[in-house]
Design a protein around this ligand. Structure first.
Ligand code: SAM
Length: 347
């Protein structure tokens, strides 16, 4: 067995990651999208590019056998909490914790159901900042399982936009991995092939950036796709003054038919009998050309649509609940629905 002899490591010598996998019989499980990053140069690059300092409290999502975990500890942080669903990784992580001088804390559970704010709160390391201040000394990092990457980033963005969860302490940055195609959509610029619903809901609330790309061959087992490491810095001032649920709904419907006119997409926000009139009103008021294609719209234009749509929903209780493609939904039926419009955005 080879002992890790890296001169960069601030951890005492540990078995090499590859030996950890054999020692603890950690065969990757496809069902949990387990693809390990074994190259410590790459795990160190993730930790370094995340760019946190030694006072930072880091939470890592899905540490697995602990490659990125080691790199975060080596980089230097005040404390690292990891959330891992698969019980097989707990013994190797405990092995790592013994070498980590009390800095590594392990939570077994599903990150989608784990209260990350309580982890920050209980440790009392993160100093609360006003939203407009620079980031607090907190950071969330993870080489995410592909099967939960999208639901997790939507959950994080929703919490960020409402200053809830880990964002109640201020503008906590995120450094996460995604399938390259998803990473490109998160960062998709106007008029690009990657522009999508995800680009809008991400970019109105934070500034995402692809830090670097990891070729699929660097993972064990190798996925057929490359991976993008994305850093998200929450914006001091969101670009759209509406609740996340409104932005999410308008963005989703705007991109229903990517190559069609925006008017056709926007009509899906309304029951058929009023769709033409309501969509016409919205586009006219927002000064948007009905024959524009969705991917050519700027965030300011989509923001204007969100604000106007929110007003329409306030005037017509039930409209916000209108489900696209529920063909039989009539205005009368909507009138019986509760007004599920989220609270108007305050800032
Ligand atoms: N971070 C390790 C690395 O880079 O080598 C492992 C990455 S692997 C792609 C994803 C990890 O997330 C696995 O360890 C898997 O067990 C864990 N995982 C999967 N679903 C999870 C969930 N819902 N909550 C927490 N961890 C999860």
């Amino acid at each position: 067995m080879t002992a890790a002899t890296s001169t960069f490591s601030k951890l005492p010598p540990l078995p090499a990651l590859r030996d950890f996998i054999h020692m603890y019989r950690l065969k990757a499980k496809k069902i949990l999208s387990q693809n390990y990053l074994m190259d410590m140069n790459l795990t160190r690059k993730i930790a370094r590019k995340a760019n946190f300092d030694s006072n930072t409290h880091v939470i890592e999502v899905g540490p697995g056998p602990g490659g990125i975990t080691r790199a975060i500890l080596d980089e230097g942080c005040a404390r690292l909490d990891v959330v891992e669903i698969d019980h097989r990784f707990i013994p190797p992580l405990e092995h790592l914790a013994e070498a980590a001088d009390g800095r590594l804390h392990i939570h077994r559970g599903d990150v989608l159901k784990t209260d990350l704010a309580t982890i920050f709160k209980d440790a009392k390391i993160v100093q609360q900042k006003e939203w407009f201040d620079f980031s607090p000394n907190s950071h969330i990092i993870g080489n995410l399982p592909f099967n939960i990457a999208s639901p997790l980033i939507i959950k994080f963005l929703r919490e960020m936009s409402r200053e809830e969860g880990p964002w109640q302490f201020g503008r906590t940055p995120l450094t996460l991995t995604f399938q390259l195609e998803v990473a490109q959509r998160l960062c998709g610029e106007i008029d690009s092939e990657h522009r999508s619903r995800l680009s809008i809901v991400t970019q109105y609330i934070c500034e995402p950036k692809i830090l670097f790309v990891i070729p699929g061959v660097c993972f064990v087992p190798k996925p057929e796709i490359d991976v993008g490491v994305v850093k998200f810095i929450p914006r001091a001032e969101p670009l759209i003054p509406c609740d996340f649920a409104v932005v999410e709904k308008v963005a989703r419907q705007t991109f229903t038919f990517r190559q069609k006119y925006v008017s056709k997409c926007i009509k899906t926000l309304y029951p058929t009998e009023i769709a033409d009139e309501m969509a016409h009103d919205l586009l006219k008021n927002c000064r948007i050309d009905p024959t524009q294609r969705p991917f050519k719209l700027g965030i300011d234009e989509i923001g204007a649509m969100c604000v106007f749509y929110e007003k329409q929903c306030q005037k017509m209780p039930g409209l916000f609940l209108h489900e696209v493609f529920k063909k039989n939904q009539t205005i009368e039926m909507l009138a019986n629905e509760p007004n599920a419009l989220p609270p108007t955005f305050k800032k």
